[in-house]
Design a protein around this ligand. Structure first.
Ligand code: UTP
Length: 297
C-alpha cells in the first residue's frame, strides 16, 4: 500500500528580487491577493489535500511569516469584545496546531533543490509534498488534492504540469513524455529551461510536487558529491533512470505565476472578480478603465 502524504515542504527562502523594493522588508509570500497572503492560499490547498505537518524553509527577514501563523491574543480579544464573530472565524484559518508547523533555515539562497534538502531531517522514510506558494492555482478541487488522489493510484513521483506555448518553454522545467495517459503522463526525461527550439514537449513543471523519499536521498548524494549543484529537477530525473516512476500530472485549474509582476496582477484581478463581495464594484471599475484608454497612467 502507498504511504499517505502528510507532510509538505514550503520553500520560502528565496530573495524575491522581482518584487523589490517591496520584498526588501516583506517576504514575497506575505504579499496579499485581495485580503489573504500568498502563503494562506498554499496552506489551504495543503490542508485540503490532507497535509498535517507543514515545513517552512525560511531565511533571514521572514519573521512576518512565522508571526502570521501564530495566535494574536490582543487582536482576538478586541474582536471578541466587539462581537466580530466573522473576523474571528477568518483568523482561525491562520492558526496552526502546536507542533504542526516547523521552520528551518536555509542560510544561503542556493536554489530550490537546496531549500528542499534543508528539510531532510524533518522527514522519515515517507513521501512528501513540495508547494511553491508563488504558484497560485485557482481550481474547483485544489491542485494538490487532485495530485494526492492520482498519487494514491500510481505512487512514484508526481510533478504538476501544464501546457505552455513554444515561446515560454525556455522559462520552465519541461517534461519529455514517454506515454500520455491523459491527466497523467509518464516521463522519460526532464530538461530544466531548454534553449529555444529544443524543448522535448510543451508540458511545463510548475510548483507542486509529490516526491518519494528517494528524491531526498538523491539530493543528499548530489550534495555530498563533487561540487554538484543541487537542482530539484536533477534529483527527480534520477528517479527516471533508477525506478522509472516519474509522472507529470495535468491538473484542472488555472495557475498564476505570482512570482512575477504580471502574474500577480492577473491573479489579483481573477481573485477579485471571483469574490461575491467585490465582483460588481470591481467589474464596473474594470469596464470603465477599459473604456478610457490609458486612464490609469
Ligand atoms: P524563485 O525562482 O521564484 O526565486 O523561487 P525567488 O528568490 O523567490 O524570487 P526572484 O526570482 O528573486 O524574484 C521559487 C521558490 O523557491 C524558493 C522561493 O522562496 C520560491 O518559493 N527558493 C528559491 C528557496 O526557498 N530558496 C532558494 O535558494 C531559492
Amino acid at each position: 500500500m502507498k504511504k499517505r502524504v502528510t507532510k509538505a515542504i514550503f520553500p520560502v527562502a528565496g530573495l524575491g528580487t522581482r518584487f523589490l523594493p517591496a520584498t526588501k522588508s516583506i517576504p514575497k509570500e506575505i504579499m496579499t491577493l485581495v485580503d489573504r497572503p500568498l502563503i494562506q492560499y498554499a496552506i489551504d490547498e495543503a490542508r485540503a489535500a490532507g497535509i498535517k505537518e507543514f515545513i517552512f524553509v525560511t531565511s533571514r527577514g521572514k519573521s512576518a511569516l512565522e508571526d502570521y501563523f501564530d495566535h494574536s491574543p490582543e487582536l482576538e480579544s478586541q474582536l471578541r469584545k466587539k462581537g466580530k464573530k466573522d473576523l474571528l472565524e477568518t483568523l482561525k484559518s491562520t492558526n496552526m496546531d502546536s507542533g504542526a508547523i516547523a521552520y528551518i533555515r536555509q542560510h544561503k539562497a542556493l536554489g530550490l533543490g537546496h531549500a528542499v534538502w534543508c528539510a531532510r531531517r524533518l522527514l522519515s522514510n515517507e513521501p512528501f509534498a513540495v508547494i511553491l506558494p508563488d504558484d497560485v492555482i485557482a481550481a474547483e478541487t485544489p491542485c494538490l488534492q487532485q495530485m494526492v488522489e492520482a498519487y494514491s493510484e500510481i505512487g512514484g513521483n508526481m510533478v504538476a504540469a501544464m501546457e505552455v506555448p513554444d515561446n515560454k518553454t525556455h522559462a520552465y522545467g519541461i517534461l519529455d513524455v514517454k506515454e500520455d495517459m491523459g491527466s497523467v503522463v509518464s516521463v522519460k526525461g526532464m530538461v530544466e529551461k531548454p534553449a529555444a527550439g529544443t524543448a522535448p514537449s510543451n508540458l511545463a513543471v510548475i510548483g507542486r510536487y509529490i516526491l518519494s523519499p528517494q528524491v531526498m536521498v538523491n539530493l543528499n548524494r548530489i550534495k555530498t558529491g563533487a561540487g554538484g549543484e543541487l537542482q530539484l529537477t536533477d534529483a527527480i530525473a534520477q528517479e527516471i533512470a533508477a525506478h522509472d516512476n516519474v509522472y507529470g500530472f495535468r491538473f484542472r485549474g488555472q495557475r498564476f505565476d505570482c512570482g512575477s509582476k504580471a502574474g500577480f496582477l492577473q491573479a489579483t484581478v481573477a481573485f477579485g472578480m471571483a469574490r461575491d463581495d467585490l465582483r460588481e464594484e470591481f467589474t464596473d471599475f474594470l469596464a470603465d478603465l477599459m473604456s478610457v484608454p490609458n486612464a490609469a497612467q
